[in-house]
Design a protein around this ligand. Structure first.
Ligand code: FE
Length: 254
């Protein structure tokens, strides 16, 4: 299994605070059946900067420590970029690091809204051959209220990644139901942990795939697993035509 989104690098953000935290997270990931994990420190969220080179160096060090500890997992470089108007410049000046140096960039929105410049920015990124992957749309207040915003972005080529713990119901029933509606409407392409630690923000990837398998069958589990593998290789991912979430369904949430 591959985890595309995880705060496992030590001492760079609100994830692992020390090498021992990172190693404990890695052990937990192995228990989950994860063999590759993308380290995605926050970039420009609060005070976190984590430019590209710092992450590359950190990943190298962590992989060496994992080898010494004989923990069978490979860490891959990535970054969770808080959306901002100068993303393209950030990419060109070498601050921004797409997943494993592929065209896929993990993009985080503020938790309560979708900036109005998003569509234009995503268009510009795509014109440069980059593909924005919106992380945890199910935890964005405006998207939950107006899912059409997400539909429009996906329709125009953005991809999305929902959080394993959301699928499991850890963020509440409303977010769980909305996550499943995103799956139903072909509005999401990846499930990842966004793990920050092994206590209150752990992996839950295996559990989430359990929920998905039970509701949709194993084919849907393979779909998500395969897409994660395609992304880290920089290949095209599988996607179906997105659909609008019907209003009636949305009302059932409340
Ligand atoms: Fe994150």
């Amino acid at each position: 299994m591959i985890d595309l989104h995880c705060h496992i690098l030590p001492g760079v953000d609100d994830g692992a605070q020390s090498l021992s935290d990172s190693l404990n997270m890695a052990r937990k990931a192995v228990e989950q059946g994860i063999h590759k994990i993308v380290a995605t420190p926050h970039h420009l969220n609060n005070a976190y900067e984590n430019p590209k080179q710092l992450i590359i160096d950190g990943v190298k060090e962590l992989n060496e420590a994992l080898r010494v500890e004989q923990i069978e997992i490979e860490v891959i470089p990535g970054q969770e970029v808080r959306i901002h108007g100068e993303m393209l410049e950030g990419y060109e000046t070498g601050e921004i690091l797409p997943v494993n140096h592929t065209p896929y960039i993990l993009v985080e929105f503020p938790s309560n809204h979708v900036p109005r410049y998003t569509e234009k920015l995503f268009y510009d990124l795509q014109m440069k051959g980059l593909i924005p992957v919106i992380v945890h749309p199910e935890r964005n207040q405006e998207i939950v209220e107006r899912s059409d915003l997400l539909y429009q972005l996906v329709k125009k080529g953005a991809l999305t990644q929902i959080t394993a713990a959301s699928v499991c119901g850890d963020f509440g029933k409303k977010i769980k139901n909305f996550s499943l509606q995103l799956v139903d409407a072909n509005l999401t392409h990846f499930i990842a942990s966004d793990a920050h630690n092994i206590t209150n923000r752990s992996f839950k990837l295996r559990e989430a795939f359990g929920v998905i398998g039970q509701k949709y069958g194993n084919e849907m589990v393979y779909y998500f697993e395969e897409n994660a593998a395609l992304v880290i290789e920089g290949n095209h991912v599988y996607k179906e035509d997105p659909e609008r979430i019907k209003r009636k369904k949305l009302f059932n949430l409340f």
